[in-house]
Design a protein around this ligand. Structure first.
Ligand code: IVH
Length: 706
């Protein structure tokens, strides 16, 4: 479960509060562990459990043996047979921040009489703990954790998971032990989850809330054939009951052995000597969790030496030799106060939720997107509902759906999409076959504000201090009607406006003037032509060097540029053909914006003649940083040799160059597609020769290359 902010403050009657918290925690334990149907977000659950634990620590008289804080997971259900775990399946204690992590490490060192252990860090996979038992090398049983002592027999369902071997492989130099119980996490990968939800939505079914719940639901199917359809996966991370196995000198060795038996073990396992390094590693994964194709909700830190693990032992629910560092929550429950519609620069009318503000994904969220008309209908959220809000990484916060415990206000009716534009009042249109409803009024004020905001945004002309509110103010004061008007604004005009001081006014005028020198591709992108994004602007600027050269080309000539394509090319030529757009462009020229330097074309041709075109027509993808090159320089080194350097791997990729701090996703894709992988040290050889170092080309006529 994900972490939460502790909301504990001393209640007037602690005994009453403790009793109420125990009832709530026990109830939510059952919903989560037994019924796979949680009513509240993980973070909200964690808040309740932490408040209860804090009160029990503060008032030891109120402690009882039966408190849910002393128990692991939930009870078993009646659907599956019970399985008694020969070695109990424990839970993990949590550290919600660096201080709690350091406090745990201090306890460990104390427990080891001052010895500082080596720590081994693994990712904390967000799925379901599973025990998988083999006798004489054959898969005989799979069981959930249950309450830690008794789990549920899900053998038939787990047998359908491709990652789980039916027969163990022989580990090097050893026989397979008589009994091996491997423990790990059954999970659903993010792309498998998206495929599943895509199918659910297409069939008119309610989508699943998150990969963990869908993995849990998939395992609980009565019919194993249903489980088999669900693309479940497995990471092994621990041994349970083993009879006749080797003695290991580290947890890392144990994992390597489990891998030899035929189990998938995760590649991101790292050992550290200090807790400072461990903390830095945890923060790294907190920032990079979304580079993985599976969900993680923290990092698990274990003492690496099994002898030291034995010395430290267990509490009633968890080992003292391990802790889970939990990431801040990305999902929360809150009240949906209202649903409104905003109109963007292309006229798209997007429904969004006004929320009772809630701290999620590292910031307070008061508004969240509902994407489009159909999504509101499928999710069936209504004002007054309790909803789950999700904010993952840099993604715009979204309403996932109603919380299962939603107490819908009596008499609430399904929300209706408005008939007319909330900004200009013109009728909204849902074009045939499209998901988005649009306002087609060219002079709609909301569209105008959004267009100028897009022009000024970070990815475009990057004009600091020019947000939507300021733009509305400038339009209301009749100082501007479009982006070109920005360049004639004066400090005096701004100061005359309500609540704009001389310093802010000067800063704004300065940043508007500074934006005139932005590179051509940024300026082109800022024009906000539909389908015309950063990649196409970059490609056209690199090919033609000036806006006049681009405006002078035909659709076919533009479409021939790599990364542009027919749809983008025709939208661009149509846009430049419209007299009002041509007039706007000329006003930008008069204002002195950077239209590109014709000399650049000459220089580029000369440079091309000098650099051997060793990668002509080839695609090379770079992931991570290649020592000695910035990201841009590495791409430039490839393109200046006639190659392409897109951001993703495909079947056509000649090679994937792997630099420092590379994420796993491109590597995994390259491996899946059989694309050769080149170490950063061999990058220059690849540039010079255009051949992949270490890969031998097949003899002519030697049959199919693989
Ligand atoms: S080790 C004695 N390692 O987290 C407990 N658990 O919150 C040994 N989990 O029940 C557990 N990733 O379901 C371990 N790399 C990992 C894990 C992991 C996820 C889960 C597991 C456990 C829960 C505790």
């Amino acid at each position: 479960m994900s972490s939460g902010e502790s909301s504990a403050s001393t209640p007037p009657n602690p005994a009453v509060r403790v009793e109420s918290l125990r009832a709530q925690v026990a109830h939510h334990n059952e919903r989560y562990h037994t019924l796979d149907d949680p009513e509240i977000s993980d973070a909200d659950y964690d808040d309740l459990a932490r408040e209860l634990r804090a009160l029990e620590a503060e008032y030891p008289d109120l402690a009882t043996d039966t408190s849910p804080t002393g128990q692991v997971g939930g009870a078993t259900s009646a659907t599956f047979d019970p399985v008694v775990h020969r070695v109990p399946m424990m839970s993990l204690d949590n550290a919600m921040n660096r201080d709690e992590l350091v406090a745990w490490a201090d306890r460990v060192v104390k427990g080891l009489d001052g010895q500082v252990p080596t720590f081994v860090c693994e990712l904390k996979f967000d799925g379901l703990a599973m025990s998988i038992r083999y006798e004489a090398g054959q898969f005989v049983q799979a069981a959930t954790r249950g309450d830690g002592t008794v789990g549920e027999d899900v053998t038939a369902n787990v047998a359908t998971i491709a990652d789980i071997p039916h027969e163990l492989s022989k580990p090097s130099g050893n026989d397979v032990p008589a009994v091996v119980e491997v423990r790990g996490e059954v999970y659903m990968g993010t792309s498998a989850f998206e495929r599943l939800n895509g199918r659910a939505i297409a069939a008119g079914d309610k989508p699943f809330v998150n990969p963990r719940n869908s993995a849990a639901g998939s395992l609980r199917q009565k019919d194993p054939a249903k489980t088999a359809e669900r693309e479940l996966s497995f990471w092994a991370y621990q041994l349970g009951d083993v009879d006749g196995g080797p003695v290991f000198s580290s947890h890392a060795d144990t994992l390597a052995w489990v891998g030899e038996l035929g189990f998938p073990t995760n590649e991101h396992v790292q050992r550290f000597r200090t807790i400072d390094e461990v903390a830095a590693h945890c923060l790294h994964w907190q920032d990079h969790r979304h580079t993985l194709d599976y969900e993680i909700d923290g990092v698990v830190i274990k003492v690496d030496d099994p002898v030291q693990q034995d010395l430290l032992g267990f509490t009633s629910r968890a080992p003292r030799w391990a802790i889970a560092y939990k990431f801040p929550p990305e999902e929360r429950t809150t009240t949906l106060l209202d649903i409104r519609v905003s109109v963007g620069r292309t006229g798209r009318a997007t429904p969004f939720a006004v929320l009772d503000p809630v701290f999620v994904g590292g910031s307070t969220v008061g508004m969240a997107t509902l994407h489009n008309r159909e999504q509101v209908a499928v999710k069936d959220v209504r004002p007054g509902d309790t909803v789950i809000v999700r904010k993952a990484g840099d993604v715009i916060p979204e309403v996932v759906g109603p919380a299962p415990a939603n107490k819908r206000p009596k008499g609430s009716v399904a929300w209706e999409f408005p008939v007319s534009c909330p900004s200009c009042g013109v009728l909204l249109v849902l074009p045939d076959g499209e998901a988005d409803t649009r306002c087609f009024n060219p002079t709609c004020p909301a569209k105008q504000v959004a267009k100028i905001a897009y022009f000024a945004s970070r990815g475009g002309m990057d004009i600091e201090g020019l947000g939507e509110q300021m733009i509305e103010k400038l339009i209301d004061a009749d100082l501007i009607t479009d982006a070109a008007d920005l360049y004639s604004l004066t400090v005096e005009q701004l100061v005359a406006l309500d609540r704009i001081g001389a310093t802010s006014a000067t800063n704004l005028v300065d940043s508007i003037q500074a934006s005139k020198d932005r590179p051509l591709q940024k300026f082109m992108r800022s024009l906000g032509v539909r389908h015309f994004g950063p990649a196409a602007s970059q490609a056209l600027a690199a090919e033609f060097h000036t806006l006049d050269a681009i405006m002078g080309r035909t659709t076919e000539e533009l479409a021939a540029v790599d990364g542009v394509g027919g749809v983008i090319a025709s939208t661009i030529t149509e846009w430049f053909a419209a007299p009002e757009n041509r007039a706007l462009v000329e006003r930008f020229r008069d204002a002195g914006l950077n239209f590109g330097d014709p000399e650049d074309a000459v220089r580029a041709a000369e440079a091309k003649a000098l650099i051997p075109q060793s990668l002509e027509g080839q695609t090379v993808v770079v992931t991570g940083t290649v020592p000695g090159y910035s990201r841009e320089q590495a791409a430039e080194a490839i393109t200046s040799r006639g190659g392409k350097s897109p951001g993703s791997v495909s079947k056509k990729t000649l090679a994937l160059v792997v630099g420092d701090h590379a994420g796993a996703s491109k590597l995994t894709k390259a491996e899946t597609l059989g694309v050769p992988i080149v170490a950063a040290a061999d990058f220059e050889e690849l540039l010079a020769t255009g051949a992949v170092p270490g890969v031998e080309l097949p003899e002519p006529g030697a049959g199919e290359a693989n």
